[in-house]
Design a protein around this ligand. Sequence first.
Ligand code: FES
Length: 63
Amino acid sequence: MARIIIKTAQQPLEIKVGNESKWMCMCGLSKNKPFCDGSHKKTTDEKDGKLYLYHPDGTRTEM
Ligand code: FES
């Protein structure tokens, strides 16, 4: 079973918990969800109007 979910965010969302910041994954690529693990950096060279498929092995395909 597989499904495609389209995400457009390229940065995490900061949530303040008291004086501490928690960074929530908004790109969908983190392996430590719901927290950001820095994987969103893979999206920085994405082009507007293009669709990218990210594979479990870390590679991606432009569609
Ligand atoms: S926002 Fe998804 S890994 Fe950082």
